[in-house]
Ligand binder design. Structure first.
Ligand code: 3PG
Length: 397
């Protein structure tokens, strides 16, 4: 594998793609800076080795428009605090102004560019945009494991125009996940929650030959319960309900234990002081909305997790942001942290939860990628990694 350690970066303008897609509170402050901290080893390395460091990232989904609340300025400030090193910021990511700022950089300087997704061409992977980005650097370093599953201009497009290598975080993620998932100790149990079922159904389909147990909680449980003929009241049911039914049938064929909640916490409204009641899944009231897993389910999931030798967890068990509906998620985090098993925390919001609960160092590996770690788990290729491999085909990869 070709990484930043294998190239000479001294005096060079190094364009680094990171994933600074960090969560912001209602006051616009960063609520979890894990992804910024995770990018520091590469940035440090570059500074120490005399490079001019130009950092690019996306934040949120502004859909090609300038959304001031999604400016990366806050991440530049936080990076500066964390590194105790000045970090410049420029409120564009391509164009003349940026090129001027870049040409004024000295060795060891750090510059953060504005949110790439303020330009629709980023997600379209438009070659003209990729070329404009590439013009800013002499070498490209991809350290954005969390976005490696997106074939965007700053990830895939730029590799056509510049020498391209992996950063230290990308390397660490690929080596650690690869090592754990190559031959996972069995039983292998995955715990899925969160909402984005459409993304996860396909992944679940692809892991059938690798896992022994699938536990489903959180927002996506309602869709599976509905597919299993339960009434789920006012819970959000994904339109991919057919896929959920097919998935359960497939799990049966593969002899996989597919475990849905037996009881859930439901509420009628989502105001801050909303109360929930715990009901069996066949008693969800017509106006109820599923917001957490119930006690029976917590015990059931705990038993399954305790039998496992490898565990992969992605997605909260309910509306974790509301403390009264966070019990299931917190308990699962706690249970997983105590297991005598290899435990992998897949990504974005799940990593934040584990961090917040101060359990991160009790897990075998906490990945900075949600979607990307799940794609990795499913054995599919990550466009970001493929682009680097293709670029360096002839080098010692
Ligand atoms: C993530 O948080 O999963 C990555 O930053 C990618 O973000 P996206 O799902 O908006 O592409």
């Amino acid at each position: 594998r070709l990484t930043v350690r294998d190239i000479d970066v001294k005096n060079k303008r190094v364009l680094v793609r990171v994933d600074f897609n960090v969560p912001l509170g209602t006051d616009g402050r960063i609520t979890d800076d894990g992804r910024i901290r995770a990018a520091i080893p590469t940035i440090d390395y570059l500074v120490e080795n005399g490079a001019k460091v130009i950092i690019m990232s996306h934040m949120g989904r502004p859909d090609g428009k300038v959304v001031p609340s999604l400016s990366l300025r806050v991440t530049a400030d936080r990076l500066s605090e964390l590194m105790r090193h000045p970090v410049q910021f420029v409120n564009e990511c391509v164009g003349q102004k940026v090129e001027e700022v870049v040409s004024g950089l000295n060795d060891g300087d750090i510059l953060v560019l504005e949110n790439l997704r303020f330009h629709a061409e980023e997600e379209e992977n438009a070659p003209v945009f990729a070329e404009k980005l590439a013009r800013l650097g002499e070498v490209f370093v991809d350290d954005a494991f969390g976005t490696a599953h997106r074939a965007h201009a700053s990830i895939v497009g730029v590799t056509k125009f510049l020498p391209a290598v992996a950063g230290l975080l990308l390397e660490k993620e690929l080596v650690s996940l690869g090592h754990i998932l190559e031959k996972p100790a069995r039983p292998f149990c995955v715990l899925f929650g969160g909402a984005k079922i459409a993304d996860k159904v396909k992944l679940l389909e692809n892991v059938m030959d690798k896992v022994d147990t699938i536990l489903v909680g959180g927002g996506m449980a309602a869709t599976f319960l509905k597919a299993d003929n339960y009434e789920v009241g006012k819970s959000i049911v994904d339109e991919k309900i057919d896929l959920a039914a097919k998935l359960m049938a497939k799990a049966k064929k593969y002899n996989i234990k597919f475990v849905l909640p037996k009881d859930v916490v439901v509420t009628g409204d989502l105001t801050p002081d909303a109360r929930g009641i715990c009901v069996p899944v066949d008693k969800i009231p017509p106006l109820g909305r599923v917001v957490d897993i119930g006690l029976l389910t917590i015990n059931l999931f705990t038993k399954e997790l305790e039998r496992a030798k490898t565990v992969f967890w992605n997605g909260p068990m309910g509306i974790y942001e509301m403390p009264q509906f966070a019990e299931g998620t917190k308990t699962m985090a706690d249970v997983i942290s105590r297991l005598h098993a290899t435990t992998i925390i897949g990504g974005g919001s799940t990593a934040e939860i584990v961090d917040e609960l101060k359990l991160a160092d009790k897990m075998s590996f906490v990945s900075t990628g949600g979607g990307s770690s799940m794609l990795f788990l499913s054995g599919e290729k990550l466009p970001g990694v493929e682009a680097l491999l293709k670029k360096n085909e002839k080098a010692a990869v």
